[in-house]
Design a protein around this ligand. Sequence first.
Ligand SMILES: *Cc1c(COP(=O)(O)O)cnc(C)c1O
Length: 357
Amino acid sequence: MYDVRTIAPSTTGTNSSVIDLRSDTVTRPSDAMREAMASAEVGDDVYGDDPTVHRLEDTAAQMLGKEAGLLVPSGTQSNLIALLTHCGRGEEYISGQTYHIAYYEAGGAAVLGGISPWHLPVGPRHEVTAEAVEHAIKADDIHHPVTRLVCLENTAYGHVQDQHVVERIAAVAREKGLSLHLDGARLMNASVKSGNKAADLAAPFDTVSLCLSKGLGAPVGSILCGSHAFINRARRNRKMVGGGMRQAGVLAAAGLYALENNIERLAEDHRRASELAAIFGAYEEMGVDESRLETNMLFLTPRPEIVADLKSHFQQSGIILSGKAPTMRLVTHLDIDDLSLEKIASVLAAYFDRAQR
Ligand SMILES: *Cc1c(COP(=O)(O)O)cnc(C)c1O
């Protein structure tokens, strides 16, 4: 684990000397985003009085092709509220074994909602198939939970999901009367990469969750979108789980800034991830897996005996790498620029020079 105290703190990404490749969540709000936050018009959003929150919710809903939006503190809470709103106790949702909902949300839907999970194995691009979904939907039988919902993820581990497959899954689910939720934490990466509008990617789903605090560069926040009726019910669940926030316009202003300024530029993150693949791929020992690179995440599996040494070599130069052994994940984002790439390349070259001596 890296120790934050060894690294100088900084306010914005632009004056940070640290190159942090752990995640696209590490971005610091830019000066322009901070100005938007400082000058935000606010009110008490639990009373429905915050105009900036309303603007953000409406803007996001429109981008995602849904009627209404709901600002929530995190992507985890957004998915939880979606599940609580779609499903009742003893009902079941179907998702993929590696998905965030299944693996990284502490089982919240089961713990807090009594909602039964059914997690399907995923393919190499973290996809589930329409056949597997169909097979998992339970018959009407007193032995079974009542299947209510299918949850997909896009991007999943950086992979843009095949929209034809998504549509086939949606057709299967609809046929059986199920609803669909999309964990689109990084949906804008999928949109920019595929050239499809986010609203088109979200169209097969009743609800979609988008993170503002990842590649889009906001400090906090996710948006859950769906029909007016759904979002009204979700608003009560948000209050129940403690997600009602007061002068949240300060945060919403950052989210609006992110949606207005930081979507198109995700293409730069994707380009820089490809460049990182070339930089690390020049060394066979790095075990770069180009087949897993589609957006802003590069996975590599270095020879196990060098991992610890490699990480500490980079850390000494102010470059933070992460990922559990054996596979490391490098993520590009707003605070990684072309100069960062040059530095990474030279620090990597120095590592191998040193190793040869
Ligand atoms: C990060 C992430 C979330 C959760 O977002 P938090 O804001 O960290 O709670 C949900 N789903 C996916 C796919 C994510 O990558």
